[in-house]
Design a protein around this ligand. Structure first.
Ligand SMILES: [Zn+2]
Length: 278
């Protein structure tokens, strides 16, 4: 029996019958209506796959499609949700993730991350991608080099939905993100970490990697201010090799971010590039 990385004082639901899943109830508090800054329109970069190289000297003929397999160095542990080395690379890494994006603070969060050269995944909800302004916002975050993950269309508990509804919640986000950014999400995180056998199958079918997280605090009332959030994110006993950090598009998270980054680096951890994760 493994030790679960239970999160602080989070409400922990042990989900009976669901394969080794520890779900942590995220708050569902309402966030004020997003007021989007006006975004400069960015040229929509078309991703062309037409880079076939003729006449390569390899033994096998390469026929269309990208021939370059990305070289992954890490994978997500599907029980603990940690980031683990696939080969002989640094293990003292952590993964930064931001859920319920792109709402009010995602762009500022992305800018702060960029300023500190930190890679991250933004897990997006389709209901934040309805207007042209919202789509432009996502395009901008994506063009800054951030990984866009799937967090479902409307942030419902998948366990309460029919298979057909789960399919819509998941596949529609992939279609939407691909339409906006030219790239399909590679990572999936269920709202509340609540997965079903069917959603797991579907996520695999969509060739995504599923993950929950190992720790996070920004939805708990005592950490809804920058100072205490920055402190707990760095002093948490769950800050360990491969930690999968859950944060949200929230004001206090945005305000605490620089301190969180500096604090975690001072503890000798580096932020992993999601592009290196299988
Ligand atoms: Zn969420």
């Amino acid at each position: 029996m493994k030790n679960w990385p239970l999160l602080g004082s989070v409400t922990v639901l042990l989900v009976a019958g669901c394969q080794s899943t520890v779900s942590n109830q995220q708050s569902t508090e309402t966030v004020p209506e997003p007021e989007l800054e006006d975004n400069d329109p960015i040229e929509d970069e078309e991703l062309n796959d037409q880079s076939e190289e003729e006449g390569t000297s390899g033994p096998e003929e390469v026929i269309d499609e990208e021939s370059e397999e990305p070289e992954y160095m890490y994978e997500i542990n599907d029980v603990l949700w940690t980031v683990e080395p696939l080969e002989d690379v640094e293990s003292n890494v952590v993964l930064a993730t931001f859920d319920d994006a792109p709402d009010t603070y995602s762009l500022e969060i992305a800018e702060t991350l960029k300023e500190h050269d930190v890679s991250a995944i933004f897990f997006v909800n389709g209901h934040f991608l309805e207007t042209e302004e919202e789509k432009e916002l996502l395009r901008e975050i994506h063009s800054m080099g951030f990984e866009i993950g799937n967090h479902t269309m409307t942030h419902q508990d998948l366990k309460l939905l029919s298979e057909e509804e789960q399919r819509e919640e998941i596949v529609e986000v992939n279609n939407l993100v691909e339409e906006i950014t030219g790239e399909r999400p590679r990572f999936f995180r269920a709202p509340f970490g609540s997965n079903t056998d069917y959603s797991r199958e579907l996520v695999a079918e969509e060739e995504m990697t599923l993950m929950n997280w190992t720790y996070g605090y920004d939805w708990e009332s005592e950490y809804q201010n920058a100072a205490s959030l920055a402190d707990i994110m760095v002093t948490s006993e769950f800050l360990q090799d491969g930690a999968n950090l859950l944060m949200h598009d929230r004001q206090w998270t945005n305000e605490a971010l620089t301190d969180i980054i500096n604090g975690i680096r001072a503890e000798d951890y580096e932020f992993v590039d999601p592009a290196l994760i299988k």
